[in-house]
Design a protein around this ligand. Structure first.
Ligand code: HEM
Length: 565
């Protein structure tokens, strides 16, 4: 669950009736149904799960995995599997994958076991993420050795402690103000905010984790103003933006100087080059790397980001470490200087590539989707804005303490609800090493298991009105009803030894960015009316299929005047 920082205070905001609608529909006790046979008599022996009805869409003869699994339409698959399990009242179903049995699992207990029992359900050494060796090397996400993983996680952990994260709040806030400046400058023009969200979360990672300014939002602002190439290609004729750099607690060096020629390196563009081939590499285990579509762009993207990382490391070493530096790069360089043999230059590079990936698009999608949902609900948007006004006041957001952003019950509910229904990582793949009963059904040794957060987060036994986006369900007055379910059936950051190391960072970052944007701007769905429903695709993490187009206009109230920053 996206919780506030461990030491953070919580204050109940919003009107007392905020939670009423949710409570009226609160969970009726439901019989736990797992697989079909289980519903009939208890306790039944484990059953072989039923195979799904063959789905209507595409088949690609000759490429069984590509065809039957259709990773190009993964969100469609997630939805189909969740729907089938719900209709049949089962918690596990079998699908075919490269001639091997694979199982989609949605019961909280079994999903929890799959992701926490890393000795029984490890990440595969030869499939999935591990095929991204060239890109992520042995960084935290892809490291297969439990011992090396644990040792490296210890090195990185101090940067993710509550005290460090609280120190990043000014950088979160300043980055949010830059985005607000840019959107305000568009004069109410319709705009796809998804690429912009990717840029701001990359800037945040640079400023807080590396003491480095990627200048990614500034690049989009300059592209929109027609002064440089790059940016998202969003069409708009104006927009000055701001290139001021926040600072996450250490001196910030800049992407523009590192690129040599004075121009900024477009890391978001490089990531886009990587993603196409990365998804195929991960999904199509049998396909030789040379045949993967987009492999050249993949390699170019990796080498572009490697170049930025090289200059970042060089500059930081030249400047030297300061005792007060609390960013991730400082902790790694300090460990290296102190003779930690694990922190080689290669390991440094792998971890930095990993953080650029893991820390930016995940949070960006959540931010963009939350704004999309809010734009379609003017009354809820107004209540979130009132909450931001009350918590932040009129002063510069960058000067506020972290605690101010932990009083945002409805805004953090909006973030949680987005993580529930539009999880950046909708599913995790693991290998089942020994025969196990999962979701009430027997899974043989050697099978893939898919821990489906998509299905778990919509499980009818845990989520009343499961398909509706209802931030109110997270309000403190609903905690007694929510907690027993959310504690087990809400896992957007995974759990256990491989849980997201950045979960508290992401939680606070989302609250700050949303509050800063909502204090400054009104959001409306593109095209008027209630806006189009969100359609998603798997672009490494979950992304929109058509962009997240909204209209943003400065609020009449004008909280947080730009000049005050
Ligand atoms: C909304 C935002 C985020 C979501 C939904 C999210 C989700 C996840 C999930 C599900 C995993 C487990 C992946 C697996 O087991 O293969 C994970 C791992 C990870 N995440 Fe996040 N994440 C988010 C933000 C962040 C941020 C901001 C950072 C860094 C600043 C980060 C860094 C990592 C790292 C390094 C791992 C690997 C952890 C390990 O294996 O020890 N994530 N994340």
């Amino acid at each position: 669950m996206m919780r506030s920082l461990p030491s953070g205070p919580q204050r109940v905001l919003g009107s007392p009736r905020d939670g009423a609608a949710y409570r009226r529909a609160a969970p009726r006790p439901q019989p736990r149904r797992r697989c079909a046979a289980r519903a009939a008599a208890a306790p039944p022996p484990p059953q072989q799960p039923p195979q799904p009805r063959p789905p209507a869409p595409q088949q690609a003869p000759g490429l069984p995995f590509l065809g039957s699994f259709s990773f190009f339409n993964l969100p469609q698959r997630y939805a189909l599997w969740a729907q089938l399990m719900r209709e049949r009242g089962i918690d596990a179903m079998q699908i075919e994958l490269l001639g091997r049995k694979a199982y989609v699992i949605r019961s909280p207990e079994s999903v929890g076991r799959i992701i926490r029992q890393t000795d029984k359900f490890p990440k595969s050494k030869t499939e999935g993420l591990s095929r991204l060796e060239e890109w992520l090397g042995d960084g935290l996400v892809t490291q297969a050795s439990p011992e090396l993983h644990a040792a490296m996680r210890d090195v990185l952990a101090p940067a993710f402690k509550a005290a460090s994260i609280k120190g990043f709040v000014p950088a979160f806030a300043k980055s949010g103000e830059e985005v607000a400046d840019f959107l305000a400058s568009l004069g109410g023009r319709e705009y796809d905010i998804e690429p912009l969200c990717r840029r701001v979360t990359l800037d945040v990672i640079g400023r807080t984790m590396f003491g480095f300014d990627f200048g990614a939002v500034a690049l989009e602002a300059a592209a929109a103003a027609g002064t440089t190439e790059g940016g998202s290609g969003n069409s708009s004729s104006s927009g000055s933006g701001s290139s001021s750099s926040g600072n996450g607690g250490s001196s910030t060096s800049s992407n523009s100087s590192s690129s040599g020629g004075g121009g900024k390196v477009d890391v978001v563009g490089a990531l886009d080059g990587i993603f196409g081939a990365a998804v195929v590499l991960m999904a199509a285990g049998a396909l030789p790397t040379a045949l993967v579509p987009g492999i050249q762009a993949y390699r170019r993207g990796i080498s572009t980001i490697d170049g930025v990382i090289d200059s970042m490391l060089r500059e930081r070493r030249e400047k030297g470490l300061k005792e007060e530096d609390t960013d991730l790069l400082s902790f790694m360089l300090r460990a290296q200087q102190q003779g930690n043999a694990l922190v080689t230059d290669k390991q440094l590079r792998d971890e930095l590539q990993t953080m650029v990936l893991a820390g930016s698009d995940t949070t960006a999608g959540t931010l963009a989707f939350a704004l999309h949902e809010l734009a379609a609900r003017p009354q809820l948007l107004a209540r979130c804005q009132a909450e931001a006004d009350a918590a932040l006041g009129d002063g510069p957001a960058g000067a506020l303490p972290a605690e101010a952003f932990q009083r945002l019950a409805l805004i953090s509910g909006a973030a949680n609800e987005t993580l529930r229904l539009h999880s950046a990582v909708p599913m995790l793949t693991r290998v089942c090493l020994e025969e196990s009963v999962l979701g009430g059904c027997t899974v043989p040794a050697g099978a893939y298991v898919f821990a489906s957060f998509h299905a778990l987060h919509r499980h009818e036994a845990h989520w009343p009105r499961a398909d509706e986006w209802l931030p109110e369900r997270w309000l403190p007055q609903n905690a007694a009803e929510l907690a027993p379910h959310a504690d087990v059936a809400f896992l957007p950051f995974s759990s256990g030894p491989r849980a997201c190391i950045g979960r508290f960072f992401a939680g606070l970052e989302l609250s700050v960015l949303l509050a800063v944007l909502l204090r400054r701007l009104d959001f409306f769905p593109a095209g008027g009316g209630g806006g189009a429903p969100l359609r998603t695709r798997q672009k490494f993490t979950l992304a929109s299929a058509d962009g997240v187009r909204v209209v943003a206009r400065p609020r009449a109230r004008g909280g947080g005047a730009p000049a005050a920053r």
